[in-house]
Design a protein around this ligand. Structure first.
Ligand SMILES: C[C@@H](O)[C@H](N)C(=O)O
Ligand SMILES: C[C@@H](O)[C@H](N)C(=O)O
Lengths: 167, 167
């Protein structure tokens, strides 16, 4: 039985940070992530969508392990004026819910099936990030369990749901 | 010689679309990607950052092969009022420049090195998306060649640069 989706996972150990309204010019992303790397902070996801044309600014979102949140905020407190950010927002009530499998991206219908499943459960999708082998949605922590269960069912996966939860 | 970054690639065959100001409630992402899947449109990247709190709206960005752009716009023309989008923006002058390697995400410094390299070359990073094995930046098509060259050098990769270009 060919399964385009091999597994589902939920990671509840991360916090999401957004650095808001930075100038959309070369060097800004570099300054931000160099400062974090200098403190040895490991970043999991980086999500940056397109810049706003009128203000020529953008937001840079990323996730870190919740245990690194305090250290991350210390770095950003010092850095935000330097890079021109208007604000730094934190959300530590997130869960990263992912479906994984080989060659998913070239199969229209897999992402939409994941999103439809979450929608049917009333789960709001806060952020989305994809790669060829993984589609990840950030949702409320409180929605993680039912999201996991729903995705296991729709993709015919009988694995131990609790084994796929991190954090 | 351990190389955390195994290769660099540039994909010039894609176009980026942004569906703007959609309501941040369950079902919106599902409607959008179901409509695309129904037309058999293959989506490569999906990037959705956090929603704007005041308006409770969000933007959903994604890329398709340039050859699917016309078909995609036909779908979106019909769909945009239905899902409440204010606008649909298209950018077909993008190149997706990626570094790939095993276990990059847990190594602080790799993303920042990529971003610093692009910054030093004066290349603006339009969008960012990451996974454990790949960090992708969308840049101007005109910046693809020098981005590729710069990244090959900084990550000590002597491969044939032209072999890593798609589209
Ligand atoms: C916003 C940020 O990514 C900027 N465009 C840069 O290149 O650094
Ligand atoms: C914006 C869109 O992703 C919405 N939050 C949804 O869940 O469908």
């Amino acid at each position: 039985l060919y399964r385009p989706v091999a597994g589902v996972a939920a990671d509840l150990s991360q916090a999401r940070i957004v650095v808001c309204d930075v100038p959309d010019k070369p060097g800004v992303a570099a300054s931000l992530f160099t400062a974090l790397a200098n403190e040895n902070i490991s970043v999991d996801m980086i999500i940056q969508s397109y810049a706003r044309k009128v203000s020529n600014t953008n937001d840079i979102a990323f996730t870190v392990d919740a245990s690194d949140l305090a250290k991350t905020m210390t770095v950003l407190d010092k850095l935000k004026n330097e890079i021109g950010a208007s604000d730094v927002k934190v959300d530590d009530e997130i869960a990263k819910v992912s479906i994984v499998g080989a060659g998913m991206i070239d199969r229209p219908g897999i992402a939409s099936t994941m999103f439809e499943t979450l929608a049917r459960l009333g789960v709001n999708i806060k952020m989305i990030s994809t790669s060829e082998i993984k589609i990840s949605c950030l949702v409320e922590k409180a929605d993680a369990q039912k999201s996991l269960k729903g995705l296991h069912t729709v993709f015919n996966l009988e694995s131990d749901i609790m084994a796929d939860v991190k954090g």
